[in-house]
Every structure is written in structure tokens, then in C-alpha cells.
Design a protein around this ligand. Structure first.
Ligand code: AHR
Length: 511
């Protein structure tokens, strides 16, 4: 086999676990310009909006088939008291957003505005509840307010505030980063609280809520282990249909950065070594999923309890001249490949990873969309395009990809494979995702396609001249997908040549 050629063997007729569309979930926190100025501009804004929600943002996210949106935090969630965000806007109490910029929050975007946003997006609501500074009663009343149909006290209050019908809330978070900003708790303490709080996040009427307990950071396996001890008899097959009391999933947070916390690295000014380092750190997600999954398997061999990676993505130093508390960063081709490498890992762990949420959707961290504070112009980032290219993976069955001959590069003391791949099948279409991590060299990959006849193919590729190329109002499509012409028939299936530093999808039509 020539040095620059790799092979990906895919059995198209051996579908694996389903990749939930919720793996492509999002996160919107009251942080910097994510909610205010990002999603929500208010009813008096010049920029086109529906009830204060930006129309172009909604359109862009609908094109991604955004499956769910997590709100109101993040760290903000454990300071948030939902009653402050209902009723007439001019009478809502103010608060200090102490985590993010120490700014005054006027609560003009609250429960009704968020649920309105979800309806406009066609996305499921993932509400993140306050354990750190809230109460059990407060959390219990929030889910009643949101989801109850009759004339209960909270349903009546919701009606007074203009909403007759209950909403659906399919996902509810029990705290956030309880080991840190969510209360600085020990896991033993939090595990007890999670059981208690979850009990009161009741299923009202037809609403069934999937409860997600705040999980570990990075490789804190002890946190996962102690939380998993919260469950009784998960190993008993007779209990397989029983809802996984007391909650249904635990979360995991992991961010990609190339430097230490105090100096995480620049989003746009980076060396080739830092390119590889970022991708190495992104590939570490695979290891985290394996290790947390092994701990979960010991208690839950039938994999009833989900792992929800409800914060992931790049975290760089803020753009020079912007508020350090607002976490506004640029987004380059490197961020796009960080995303594609994550998705390959999520696809491979589809039997455990039921949902993930990129941090965050607009104007914060690894955003899909950036808005210009002066002109209001909207830019789709390179990361946005990975999400767009991957929509065929939503709710498709994963396919194992056996990679042979992929080169590696020693980075940060470990071997980084320079090709990443995953695949899925849905009916008569299969989708293969291919990332060429090599900063300089193109790579040819033979797709050895077995088990089903392939009658057509179409490729798309995302790349750019420079590693740090990014989009801007002046050059909105500097990084945007185009047709991938270099897909050729091969005796074993197809042969694809990927440009250096690129992400591609090959869509296969199956007989
Ligand atoms: O996404 C930004 C912050 O990162 C979140 O508020 C917090 O949960 C995490 O530390």
C-alpha cells in the first residue's frame, strides 16, 4: 500500500447502535452576548425578529435541525431563580450575573421567552435546574409551571402570564458542575441531593422528563462512580423496562484548549504544533467516553443510564479587546476539525452517549453563529458547517469503520491518528465522515464498502487555504463546504482524496 493511502473498511449491512439526533444538541447560557444580542434582541430592535428573537439566528439553526437547547446555564443556572423571569418584563427583578462579567441581568429573557425560542427552532427544551442556590420546592414548581395542564397553582400562574397550554420539557438537568460553580460540593453530598431533587422533578400529565444529574469534569472517574452507586439493581435484566430511578442520565464536561487555564491559547494565532495539540486534546474525548463508560458498565451492564456530554468544545482566550467575562472567541477551520473529531467519538459510543451540547450556540466559546455588535451582521462559523454536513447522521444507525494504514504523529507524548472516520446508515443512504488532520499533506483513503451495493455517491468537503482561516462579515464563506470532486470508483468500493486539513462527508446511495 502506498505511504499516503489508508483504507476504511465498512460493513454496510451491520448496523450498530443508533446515533441519537440529540448528540447534535446545543447550549445557550446567560453569558456575554449569547442570549442578549445573540438569540434575543428585544421587541424594539432594528434587526428582524419575532417577539424579540432574531429571525436570522432561528433560520440558521433550523437548517441544522437543532434537536435540543440547554438553558439557562452553565454556572448561571445555579444562581438562577426562575420566578424572576416570568410576568411583565418591566416588573421583573434584576440580579447580578456574578460568573459572567459581573453584569446586571434584567431577566427580560425568561421561561416564556425560552420556550418561545424552542418552539421557533423546533427544538426540545433542556432546562438546567438550580441545585446550588435553589430549593427542592423551587425546582418542583418550575416543572409544574412548565408542564402541567390543569388548574394547579403553577399551571394557573402560567396562564396568568399568558400561556394556556403546557409546554413539553423532555430534558431536565439536576444542577451543573456541582463540583465547582454549582455549589463546590463533594460528590457524596451531591449524589444524595441529586436523588432528592430528581424525585420532585415530576412527570406531569403527558410530559415525561429525562433527568440528567450533573456529572464529572474531564477524567474524574470517582464522580461518575459515586453517582452510579445512586441506582439500585441496574444489573437485573428483570428491571430493564423500569425507568432508571432516580435520574436517567449523568453528564460529563470536557473542553479543548492548548494551554493552561490561565492562558488557554489564541483562537486564531497558533502554530502547527498547536494545531496538532488541539486535535490531540479533542481526540481525548474518545478516551474519556471509554473510561467513564467502563465505570458505568460496572453498575449498568445493560446501558440503561445515558451519558450526556452537555458541555464540550474549544475554549480559547477571548478575542483581544472584548470583555474577559463574555468568552467571545473566533472560530477557525481548527475548531471545525475539533468538532468533527468529537462527533466521530460520539458516534462510536452511541450505545452510551445519548446526547451532547456544544458550548455554546451564539457568540460564546465554540459558537455556531457570531453576530457583529455594531452592525448586527450574522456569520456562520466553520463549526456550523460541520453540524450542517452531519445532519444525515441524526437518528441513523452507526456503522463501525475499521481504519488501516492511517499515519500517526507524536503529539503531547501520545500518538495522534491523522485520519478520523465514522459512518452511519439510514434506509438507503449511508454517510461516511472523514477528517484529514494532517496540516500539510493530502491523503487518499480507500473506502472498502461491504455488504450492500452502492449505486451512487456524493462528496462534500470543508477546508481552507490556512489552518486559521475563519469567516467574517466581509468574508462569510471563507470556510464553507463545497463539492468534493475527488471521489472515484475503486475495485473495493470508492477512493477519496482528502485535501490537507479538511473534513469531508461522502453520502452513499444503497440498493
Ligand atoms: O460554558 C461556559 C461555562 O463552562 C459554563 O457556565 C460552566 O458550566 C462551564 O464551566
Amino acid at each position: 500500500m502506498p505511504q499516503d493511502q489508508s483504507t476504511a473498511i465498512i460493513d454496510l449491512d451491520v448496523p450498530g447502535p443508533r446515533i441519537s439526533r440529540h448528540v447534535y444538541g446545543h447550549f445557550a447560557e446567560h453569558l456575554g452576548r449569547c442570549i442578549y444580542d445573540g438569540f434575543y434582541v428585544g421587541e424594539d430592535a432594528d434587526v428582524p425578529h419575532v417577539r424579540g428573537i432574531r429571525t436570522d439566528v432561528v433560520e440558521a439553526l433550523r437548517a441544522l435541525q437543532i434537536p435540543n437547547l440547554r438553558w439557562p446555564g452553565g454556572c448561571f443556572a445555579d444562581d438562577y431563580h426562575w420566578r424572576d423571569g416570568i410576568g411583565p418584563r418591566d416588573q421583573r427583578p434584576r440580579m447580578v450575573n456574578s460568573h459572567w462579567g459581573d453584569v446586571v441581568e434584567d431577566n427580560s429573557f425568561g421561561t416564556h421567552e425560552f420556550m418561545d425560542l424552542c418552539e421557533l427552532l423546533g427544538a426540545d427544551a433542556y432546562i438546567s435546574g438550580n441545585v446550588g442556590s435553589g430549593s427542592v420546592a423551587e425546582m418542583s414548581e418550575w416543572i409544574e409551571y412548565l408542564t402541567r395542564a390543569d388548574d394547579s397553582p403553577m399551571a394557573a400562574l402560567r396562564r396568568e402570564n399568558g400561556r394556556d397550554e403546557p409546554w413539553k420539557v423532555p430534558f431536565f438537568g439536576i444542577g451543573n458542575e456541582a463540583w465547582g460553580c454549582g455549589g463546590n460540593l463533594r460528590v457524596e453530598q451531591f449524589a444524595s441531593l441529586a436523588r432528592q431533587y430528581s424525585t420532585y422533578v415530576r412527570n406531569h400529565g403527558e410530559n415525561t422528563t429525562y433527568r440528567i444529574a450533573a456529572g464529572a469534569s474531564d477524567a474524574d472517574l470517582h464522580w461518575t462512580e459515586v453517582l452510579m452507586r445512586s441506582f439500585d439493581a441496574l444489573d437485573d435484566p428483570a428491571d430493564a423496562d423500569k425507568p432508571g430511578d432516580p435520574f436517567q442520565a449523568i453528564s460529563l464536561h470536557y473542553y479543548t484548549m492548548t494551554g493552561p487555564w490561565q492562558d488557554k491559547g489564541s483562537a486564531t494565532e497558533f502554530s502547527e504544533d498547536e494545531w496538532y495539540l488541539a486535535l490531540q486534546r479533542a481526540a481525548f474525548m474518545e478516551r474519556l467516553l471509554t473510561r467513564h463508560g467502563q465505570v458505568m458498565d460496572r453498575y449498568d451492564p445493560h446501558r440503561r443510564i445515558g451519558l450526556v456530554v452537555d458541555e464540550w468544545g474549544t475554549w480559547w482566550n477571548v478575542e483581544p479587546g472584548t470583555n474577559p467575562g463574555f468568552l467571545y472567541q473566533q472560530n477557525t477551520l481548527r475548531d471545525a476539525l475539533v468538532a468533527s473529531v468529537h462527533f466521530d467519538a460520539f458516534h462510536r459510543h452511541a450505545d452510551r452517549v445519548v446526547m451532547t451540547n456544544i458550548a455554546q450556540t451564539v457568540n460564546v466559546l465554540q459558537a455556531m453563529l457570531l453576530t457583529d455588535p455594531e452592525t448586527g451582521a450574522l456569520v456562520r462559523t466553520p463549526s456550523y458547517h460541520v453540524f450542517a454536513m452531519n445532519t444525515p447522521h441524526h437518528d441513523a444507525d452507526s456503522l463501525a469503520v475499521h481504519l488501516q494504514g492511517a499515519p500517526t504523529r507524536t503529539t503531547d507524548g501520545a500518538e495522534l491518528p491523522l485520519v478520523s472516520a465514522s459512518a452511519s446508515v439510514s434506509g438507503d443512504r449511508a454517510t461516511v465522515s472523514l477528517t484529514n488532520l494532517d496540516a500539510e499533506a493530502e491523503r487518499t483513503i480507500v473506502l472498502d464498502l461491504r455488504g450492500r451495493e452502492v449505486t451512487g455517491h456524493e462528496g462534500r468537503v470543508l477546508t481552507a487555504p490556512e489552518l486559521a482561516t475563519h469567516n467574517s462579515p466581509d468574508a462569510p464563506d471563507a470556510v464553507a463546504p463545497v463539492a468534493l470532486e475527488s471521489v472515484r470508483p475503486h475495485e473495493r468500493g470508492l477512493e477519496v482524496t482528502l485535501p490537507a486539513h479538511s473534513y469531508a462527508t461522502v453520502s452513499l446511495t444503497l440498493a
